[in-house]
Design a protein around this ligand. Structure first.
Ligand code: G1P
Length: 300
């Protein structure tokens, strides 16, 4: 991959069953759960668009129709809002369908994150691409992807987003073994382990849900055997690149160390924290919500 190649495409695996949120996710995709009044996945799509990625591939599965409808045009609703002269809501409804060009690929059976990314092979082709895990939200203006693209243009290959986590948390993530580079917030990733036990983790640097990957990953994923949990793990395929065992053109793997805020809506507690923080920061409902919240907290 040439060092100056620009990333144009985003891949978002959204085929997960969302079992942690049952019964809410029995018929509703977990990506459609609202954070205040916007589905989680829309924040993620907006982040991709803000990073200049307007070609987005959702790797979906069964029961994800609501996701497709959300990013599509809804003539009936728009006509109703036009009749009511509700400009504000009309703008919001249109925004979701005008954000980006969204494509869909079906994962069929859910065989893991690595398998979901492999389903993007045909759409992505032979260019570097970004992967966004749909349950993480980064604050507006955090410029995570922009900085990852800078690292890509400097080092080539693939770029991971790494964040320090506590010892108790390492077993929830892919964890990187790293060595320093001349830049304080960039490391070279030399090895990776998916969800290690706390005492076997090579560091406290966990892989977060934003990746910039060399297309060489597809060839590796095709040969990646099921790993942790019997699933084809993206981490295992990236490890091949990190160890320099990928195709010659693949390049190595670097990590951007991020110490900013990240919202993890992937489990119930994280989701609730995200909703409360976003609600408190809203210009419209925020003041009223915060005054209720302060009062409520004082009763706990
Ligand atoms: C996935 C990856 C893991 C990564 C994590 C980030 O795990 O497999 O390496 O650290 O996302 O959130 P999941 O959360 O899907 O179990």
């Amino acid at each position: 991959m040439s060092k100056n190649q620009v990333v144009r495409k985003a891949v978002m695996p959204v085929a997960g069953l969302g079992t942690r949120f049952l019964p809410a996710t029995k018929a509703t995709p977990k990506e459609m759960l609202p954070v205040v009044d916007k589905p989680v996945i829309q924040y993620v799509v907006e982040e991709a668009v803000a990073a200049g990625l307007e070609d987005i591939l959702f790797v979906t599965g069964r029961a994800k129709r609501a996701l497709e409808d959300h990013f599509d045009f809804n003539g009936e609703l728009e006509r109703l809002l036009i009749e009511k002269k509700d400009e504000k809501r009309l703008k919001e409804v249109r925004a979701a369908s005008e954000l980006a060009t969204i494509h869909y690929a079906r994962q069929g059976t859910a065989k893991g994150l690595g398998h979901a990314v492999l389903c993007a092979k045909q759409h992505v082709g032979d260019e570097p691409f970004a992967v966004f895990l749909g349950d993480e939200i980064y604050p507006e203006g955090s410029k995570v992807l922009a900085r990852m693209f800078e690292v890509l243009s400097e080092f080539g290959g693939s770029v991971l987003l790494l964040k320090k986590v506590s010892k108790a948390e390492v077993s929830r993530y892919g964890v990187a073994q790293v060595k320093a580079t001349a830049q304080s917030d960039v490391v070279q990733v030399t090895d990776l382990v998916e969800k290690p036990d706390a005492n076997e983790a090579p560091s406290d640097l966990a892989v977060m849900g934003r990746y910039v990957l060399s297309p060489a990953i597809f060839e590796i994923l095709e040969n990646t055997k099921p790993g942790r949990g019997g699933e084809i793990q993206l981490t295992d395929a990236i490890q091949v690149l990190a160890q320099g065992k990928g195709p010659d053109s693949a390049g190595l793997v670097h990590g951007l160390i991020y110490d900013g805020v990240r919202f993890d809506t992937g489990d119930l507690a994280g989701y609730l924290e995200t909703v409360v923080e976003f609600a408190a920061n809203r210009a419209d409902v925020g003041p009223e919500f915060k005054s209720w919240l302060k009062n409520y907290v004082s009763t706990l």
